[in-house]
Design a protein around this ligand. Structure first.
Ligand code: NIG
Ligand code: FE
Length: 401
């Protein structure tokens, strides 16, 4: 299943196929009977099972410390995510743990989660900062993400999300740092943004647009500055309430907008027109017992590029099961099974700004998954079964069941 856009559902199916890999790239792909002479190369026998592109998790907060099971239990008793955040829990609770953690400890914890993703067939993962909320600790998170990409089983696409929450140091005007969300955005723009861009510690800049987080105006200032440094813009938009984040994503030409529970028809039209990749994060919707379903069906029908991710994080999606996220996108958000599968391959690559993966073709990255069955639909149907039998990342086998 090449996902090259041809044939039924754009799956580009080649029967009885052979993929020839040279170093980290696909050198040749086609029917096995047509394959070039292969001599003594190492072979992986798929035994008639499905081979498809390595999965791309286009939206995660995988670098974190600690956990927040207490908040999960509180929500089950009736508190909302917003109430817990307003009471000082939520993102700030993880912030305290991240600030206290060493770089090595963050790398170790994140590496464990990266291996869990890899075993599910993921070969590329986007990772955001956003639990440091001061310059030093935002940089520490991005360095941890980079190290995981260098040493771990997945490629890492790093995103600066310093505008994830207002840091406690910026809570009130009489504190010496003072001045709230706008002041923190001004600080991000002066430092660390230039350093992050210079050292290529991130390729995108994201912002959480929400009540008690960042306004559309603050987000516009930040994203325009990030773009002037050569970073892509990304947005957490309309997750809990309607704030105008989706329209801003369209206005600035963001690479992606995630969540989108509260988008309206005008927003959807704007996202489609501006070609913003829409991230359906169904695990977070369900984990938070969200009051609205992400309108995946409407997004696809309006012509949006629709991707799916885990949103893996301790507060709203404590899971690294990307195929389950895709299964939930089908049953909760109205995607077809085939759309959900494109959403974690070709469209997810689009959502992280990479055109060399998510598709199998000569010249593309040799990121492949061999499933344990013949149909890729099993990935969204057999919930939480480990279906990735062999995972190849950049030409190397990184996981074999
Ligand atoms: O994508 N919505 C904001 N950010 C995260 C949650 C972060 C957290 O609660 O720790 C999300 O769902
Ligand atoms: Fe998120």
């Amino acid at each position: 299943v090449t996902m090259d856009g041809t044939g039924a559902h754009g799956f580009g199916v080649v029967d009885d196929a052979c993929v020839v890999v040279d170093a980290d790239r696909i050198a040749w792909l086609g029917r096995r009977v047509d394959a070039p002479p292969l001599g003594g190369v190492k072979r992986v026998d798929a035994r008639g099972a499905c081979v498809m592109p390595g999965l791309v998790d286009c939206h995660t907060h995988l670098v974190f410390a600690g956990e927040r099971s207490d908040e999960f239990a509180r929500r089950a008793r009736g508190e909302t995510y917003a109430q817990i955040m307003a009471a000082g829990g939520g993102i700030r609770s993880t912030m305290n743990k991240v600030r206290a953690a060493s770089l090595d400890a963050l790398v170790d914890d994140t590496m464990t989660r990266a291996h869990a993703l890899s075993r599910r067939g993921v070969t590329t993962v986007e990772i955001k900062s956003g639990y440091g909320l001061d310059v030093e600790n935002e940089l520490k998170m991005l360095r941890a993400a980079r190290i995981v990409g260098e040493r771990g089983p997945v490629d890492v696409v790093p995103t600066l999300l310093a505008a994830h929450a207002v840091p406690p140091e910026y809570d009130d005007d009489d504190h010496h740092d003072g001045g709230g969300a706008s002041a923190w955005v001004a600080r991000i723009v002066s430092d660390p943004l230039p350093e992050v861009a210079r050292e290529k510690l991130a390729t995108s800049c994201d912002v959480f647009i929400e009540q008690n987080a960042f306004s559309v105006d603050d987000a516009r200032t930040l994203l325009r500055a990030a773009q002037s440094h050569g970073l892509h813009a990304r947005v957490h938009a309309e997750q809990l309430t309607h704030q105008g984040g989706a329209q801003l994503a369209a206005e600035v030409g963001a690479l992606s907008a995630g969540h989108l529970e509260f988008v309206d028809d005008d927003d959807i039209a704007a996202l489609a027109k501006a070609n913003v990749a829409c991230e359906v994060l169904a695990l977070a919707q369900v984990f938070l017992r969200g009051l609205r379903a992400i309108p995946g069906r409407k997004l696809v029908d309006a012509g949006c590029v629709v991707a799916g991710g885990t949103d893996g994080n301790p507060g709203t999606a404590m899971s690294s099961d990307l195929p389950l996220a895709a299964g939930l996108a089908v049953t909760q958000c109205g995607l077809t099974a085939e759309e959900a599968l494109r959403g974690m391959t070709v469209n997810a690559a689009r959502a992280v700004g990479l055109d060399d993966r998510g598709v199998l073709a000569a010249g593309k990255r040799a990121d492949l998954v061999v499933l344990s069955g013949a149909s890729p639909v099993d990935l969204v149907y057999r919930w939480s079964e480990p279906l990735a039998r062999v995972v190849v990342r950049a030409g190397h086998v990184v996981w074999e069941a």
